[in-house]
Design a protein around this ligand. Sequence first.
Ligand code: AMP
Ligand code: MG
Length: 414
Amino acid sequence: MCESSYPMISVEKAIEIILHHVRPLAPVALDFMNALGFVLAEDIYASEPMPPFAASAVDGYAVIAADEEPTRHLIGEQPAGTMGPFTVVPGSAVRVMTGAPIPTGADAVVMVEHTSLEDNGRVRLHIQPVAGDNIRPVGQDLAAGQLVLPRGISLGAPEIGLLATIGRTCVSVYPRPRVAVLSTGDELVDPRDQPGPGQIRDANRYSLLSAVREAGGQPLDWGRIPDRPEAVREALESALRQADAVLTSGGVSMGDLDLIKPYLAARGTVHFGRVRARPGKPVTFATVDGVPVFAMPGFPVSALVSFEIYVRPALLKMAGHTHLHRPRRRVIIEHTIRHEPDRTEFQRAVVTRRVDGRYTARTTGYQGSGRLLSMVGANALIVLPAEQETFLAGSELEAWLIAPVYDETTPAGS
Ligand code: AMP
Ligand code: MG
């Protein structure tokens, strides 16, 4: 039997090797409005306090709390956005709007709901305020000099709002990795074309381009490459020059025209070329001139599951993320599952949170490496350890959650 010369390593070891060899990309400066989804490469401090002045938290009347007058003489109106000339003295009040600066002398605001206006131009307070009531002091939300966004955080809507608040309109972030995606195989035709005898449409280039985008990378379509050494060389060399990472599909098995591994071995370092996993045994990782190359097997499920396990964490790391892995949780399998116990298997499944709070999993039918339909609708990969052949319904397995888990809907009428 013809055996691959690459030792078969565990999935954990393969992930560890990859993460050891990839680094966050060099930071770039971006306008904050283009930075959504990027990871911060610097600590961001507030230069000013927020609020920058003592502000009213409600619409009402600014007064002196210790003043016991039940009615106060109204001396003016203080809207938000300006600073009026008023000074509150005992016996007086200023009408204030939410967000308005607190007039000099006042130390509390009484909500308009707890007051009434009298005919004589005085306002009656129905409650006795306490100093500080309804006043947002300077720096209540942010102190000047405070660390507001630490390096490593990803920028979502609240973070973008904070940057706007403190006037930081240019930020240093890790760029999205540019990933050249190419497929190999003489049997492949464009999805828009009718395959001839012996041909099939190229699925992997499109699923992998999409997976790169979903993982926050910048996919670059490097085309469909015939199984010819010269074509493989040209495509890989141009990709290595222009991309931060290269992602290939097909051509990593033991066939005569499986040209990817030999090329990578000759040009750079192949860190592993076989993993004890199903699907995706021949998945290969190399570095060439410092550029990581992820070579996926050609079967469409093998390509995408391998992307999920090995490539996605690497792209996240290159983009500056520190949480690289999918959440894992124990789930109860709803039916008995058997598998070939020679390798760890990742079966595609739907995990559901039941009404009683238990998480249960059901696989998505036939789990062949060519059956992309087994990934459609799946929100988990459930891990069947090697060495054990049968997992009985009701037993627990580990699931890697690759998409949101939904609650079982409560049955109507219950
Ligand atoms: P390979 O890894 O190149 O030996 O391919 C393994 C299997 O996957 C073969 O049946 C190929 O026809 C199929 N395959 C390879 N590349 C693709 C692709 N891009 N899209 C769909 N199927 C593919
Ligand atoms: Mg092939």
